[in-house]
Structures are given as C-alpha cells and as structure tokens.
Design a protein around this ligand. Structure first.
Ligand code: NDP
Length: 255
C-alpha cells in the first residue's frame, strides 16, 4: 500500500516535464492521478499508460489554460472522468504546475506576452483553487509550483518572476484561509530543471549546461524527479505540519 492510496490528485501540466514526474510519482505512491494537458494529448496519454503499467490508476484531462472559460472546462473534464474512474468527483491533492516562461528583459516584454504569463501562471491557479475548494476534501493539499526566480534576480525572465512572486503570496494567504479545514497550501520553487521549457538554450549547449550546473551548490542541472520528490513529501501525511511555505528545490542555487 502506497502513502497516497485512496487519494485523488490533479496535476496541471502533467503531460510533460516537472508535472509529468509529479504525476508519475503520485501515481507510484498510490493516488488516482488526473494528468492535465493543454496541447499535447499524446504525451498525457503516455503518462497515463506509464502509471497504469506500474499498477497505478490515472486518466487524462484536457483544458487550455489562460483562455476564457479555462478553469470551468478543466473542472468539468475532471468531474466527468473522476466519476468514471472512482466513486466521486472529489479531490485530495491539487498541484498547480502548468506554466509558461516568456523570455525578455523589461524593455523587450510585450503587453501580450505579459498578459499571457499572468493568465496561465497566475490567474489559472487562483481560479482553479477557488473552484476546486468544494471538491477538495478536508485534510487536502494544494501545491503550487513557483520558481527560484523569486529569490534570484534573473533579468531576462522578469515578467515570469513576477507571476511566480504572486503565486507565493497566494500560497501564504490561502494557507491561512484553508487551515481550519486541515488543508495545507505550499509552494515548491525549482531551480533550473532540464525540461522542454529550457530546451532552446540548454540542451546541446555544453557551455550553457555547465554554467547552469554551476549555479547549484550540488553542481548539476536539476531533474524533474528532484522536484517531484519534494511535492510527494508535501502531498503525503509526513508533510501535514508544513503550510504557507515556499520550499526551495533549486539544489542550493546561488547560496
Ligand atoms: P514544460 O514546458 O516542460 O511543461 C509545461 C506543462 O504545462 C505541459 O504539460 C503543458 O501541457 C502545460 N501547459 C503549459 N501551458 C499551458 C496552457 N496554456 N494550457 C494548458 N497547459 C499548459 O515545463 P516545466 O515542466 O519545465 O515547468 C513546469 C512548472 O515548473 C512551470 O510552472 C514552471 O514555471 C516551473 N518551473 C520550471 C523550471 C525549469 O527550469 N524547468 C524552473 C522553475 C520553475 P501541453 O504540453 O499539453 O500543452
């Protein structure tokens, strides 16, 4: 029996990268996992199949985030599928992971890119949580994926960093609102992780990889599993006394 047996989890952006590793880990721990995706159904289906192949349970949920009606679409899809795969459309663990990283210094950031980052990284997690509250069981978990960019000034992702700062303020405040229900709310802040988000500048570029590795006190670029394991701790009963916090999962970047 896994630490999350009998629990239901929804991981946004569970189709790729960090979200995929989180979905797989929660699945291994015994949760029924809703693997949310935006554009990449094949990737989500692969994650679902992988979890099932390991003896776990999962289903895919589609919704484009950052557009009108996004949250309603996602919850409607979740409700439908959860009822099909379990005894009800309730939820124990919400992981707000889906995100985008617009790149650009302040001078280069367009209103369109800024608005999109706000809509996907900030607005969607807020209203997903808001509309998820009636589904979330007492004693549940909300885990928001933030970024080390709220602690380390990276001028070429300034708008992105701002959205993640907002996620941390949201986490703190929501933890207070939901504490009475025994629900914990935390953020996990990864450093540079080898995922598609960083592929354009990191993969196949030895110099970039080396300088990214040197940022971490542990001397390597992070892997999605490095973050997923921290999320699994917060999702488990072992994490019950941690709430309102930002857990740094940057491998000690820029200490
Ligand atoms: P990836 O680009 O590898 O994956 C992003 C995931 O989010 C995909 O599953 C994608 O789904 C989904 N997604 C993105 N935009 C949308 C959208 N508009 N609507 C619906 N789904 C969407 O990203 P990472 O795994 O690297 O990042 C995950 C989280 O971790 C993000 O919040 C990111 O900011 C944060 N983070 C990442 C770091 C890193 O170095 N990688 C560092 C610090 C924080 P699909 O493919 O189906 O569209």
């Amino acid at each position: 029996m896994g630490t999350l047996t009998g629990k239901k989890a929804l991981v946004t952006g569970g189709s790729r990268g960090i979200g995929r590793a989180i979905a797989e880990r929660l699945g291994r721990d015994g949760a029924l996992v809703a693997v949310h995706y935006g554009r990449n159904q094949a990737a989500a289906d692969e994650v679902v199949a992988g979890i099932r192949a390991q003896g776990g349970a999962a289903f895919a949920v589609h919704a484009e985030l950052g557009v009108a009606g996004d949250v309603e679409t996602l919850w409607a899809a979740y409700d439908r599928q959860a009822l099909e795969h379990s005894d009800g459309a309730d939820l124990d663990i919400l992981v707000n992971n889906a995100g985008i990283t617009p790149r650009g210094e302040i001078e280069e950031t367009t209103v369109e890119a800024f608005d999109e980052a706000v809509a996907v990284n900030m607005r969607a997690p807020f209203f997903l949580a808001q509309q998820g509250l009636k589904r979330l069981r007492n004693g549940g978990r909300i885990i928001n994926i933030s970024s080390g960019a709220t602690r380390i000034a990276l001028t070429d992702i300034i708008a992105y960093a701002m959205t993640k700062g907002a996620i941390e303020a949201f986490t703190l405040t929501l933890a207070k609102s939901l504490g009475g229900r025994g629900i914990t709310v935390n953020s996990v802040a990864p450093g540079i992780i080898d995922t598609d988000i960083n592929a354009s500048w990191l993969r196949g570029n030895e110099a970039a990889e080396q300088s990214a590795a040197e940022l971490s006190a542990l001397g390597r670029v992070g892997r999605p599993e490095d973050v997923a394991d921290v999320v699994a701790f917060l999702a488990s009963d072992d994490g019950r006394w941690v709430t309102g916090q930002v857990v740094d999962a940057t491998g000690g970047s820029q200490l």
